[in-house]
Design a protein around this ligand. Structure first.
Ligand SMILES: C[S@@+](CC[C@H](N)C(=O)[O-])C[C@H]1O[C@@H](n2cnc3c(N)ncnc32)[C@H](O)[C@@H]1O
Length: 286
């Protein structure tokens, strides 16, 4: 069955700029919190777990951080995200045992780096001038990729140079700079216990008593990833999802047919000014 359109409103340039300027909690927006989450930290009202909820380590196309609250909370101590991306759901419950699987080697390597890097190392990563590229910073590859994810909004792969949004200086907290660096540094110690596997979902370690948060590239809109929807056999994925035990939450977009999805919400997407109708499939006891 052909995919139905998923973008429900295509904004004018002006409305994109307004959204960009006005939004207070874009998925990649971070708040300066210093090395400890303390007085300066601005917790999102929607944090399911204010004690452990973290902000995004990098912005990502299709990231679920902002909308994680729409999905059922985890019933188990272990969360598995077999299509990790920026792991927006797990970030909200970061003190749990988190297992990420991700086929894109760059995304998986950035997670491995974040899980192991010290706050001091992060704080040493310099700013990037408007005319510079990440190659000018003298960093290891993974750090270059991390910075590269912060040079534009909602990307699927790191950039080498600042986007026009970043150069415009409208929202410094949304792009690589002091606020982002401080927030990442303040959070790396909170994910030391996380595990990441650079593998396909089919090879994700099977574990009992887990909440599976399954957010694959969308059947209709997920073509932009290095490993996108055209490489996924959705019938096989449906069988795999049904075979998970315990709590299973599967994300999709209106128009997907590979499971019996039900409506969830009409949400802002990670692309400023765009909206999308999200649908969900959950196991019998969500
Ligand atoms: C929709 S994104 C996940 C977004 C994520 N929930 C977040 O909050 O950022 C889907 C991710 O699945 C990855 N991917 C694609 N095919 C995969 C596969 N066969 N196994 C594991 N990961 C895959 C893509 O590289 C992409 O990062």
């Amino acid at each position: 069955m052909p995919c139905r359109p998923i973008i429900v409103s295509l904004p004018s340039t002006r409305s994109v700029q307004n959204e960009f300027r006005d939004s207070r909690r874009g998925d990649a927006e971070v708040t300066a919190v210093g090395l400890k989450r303390g007085a300066g930290a601005r917790a999102a009202a929607s944090d399911p777990d204010p004690a452990t909820g973290l902000r995004p380590f990098f912005g990502y196309y299709g990231g679920k951080w902002r909308d994680a609250k729409l999905y059922p909370p985890p019933r188990h101590e272990t969360i598995v995200e077999p299509f990790a991306g920026s792991a927006g759901y797990s970030l909200r419950y970061a003190s749990k045992r988190v297992i990420l699987c991700e086929l894109d080697p760059v995304v998986a390597a950035v997670w491995k780096y974040l899980i192991g890097v010290s706050a001091r190392e992060i704080l040493k990563i310099p700013d990037l001038g408007d005319d510079e590229t990440v190659d000018d910073l003298g960093l290891i590859e993974e750090a270059r990729w991390l910075v590269g994810f912060w040079l534009n909004r909602a990307v699927t792969r790191p950039r080498r140079s600042p986007s026009k949004w970043m150069r415009s200086g409208i929202r410094p907290g949304s792009f690589w700079g002091e606020r982002v660096r401080n927030t990442i540094a303040s959070q790396v110690d909170s994910i030391r216990h996380w595990k990441v596997h650079p593998v396909s979902y089919v090879d994700c370690p099977s574990t009992r008593n887990a909440t599976w948060f399954i957010d694959p590239p969308y059947q209709c809109a997920g073509k932009h990833y290095l490993f996108g929807s055209e490489k996924i056999d959705y019938a096989a994925l449906a069988t795999w999802c049904r075979a998970r035990h315990e709590q299973v939450i599967v994300c999709e977009n209106e128009g997907a047919t590979w499971l019996r999805f039900r409506e969830l919400a009409d949400v802002k997407t990670t692309r400023a000014g765009y909206r999308s109708k999200e649908v969900v499939w959950t196991s019998k006891k969500p």
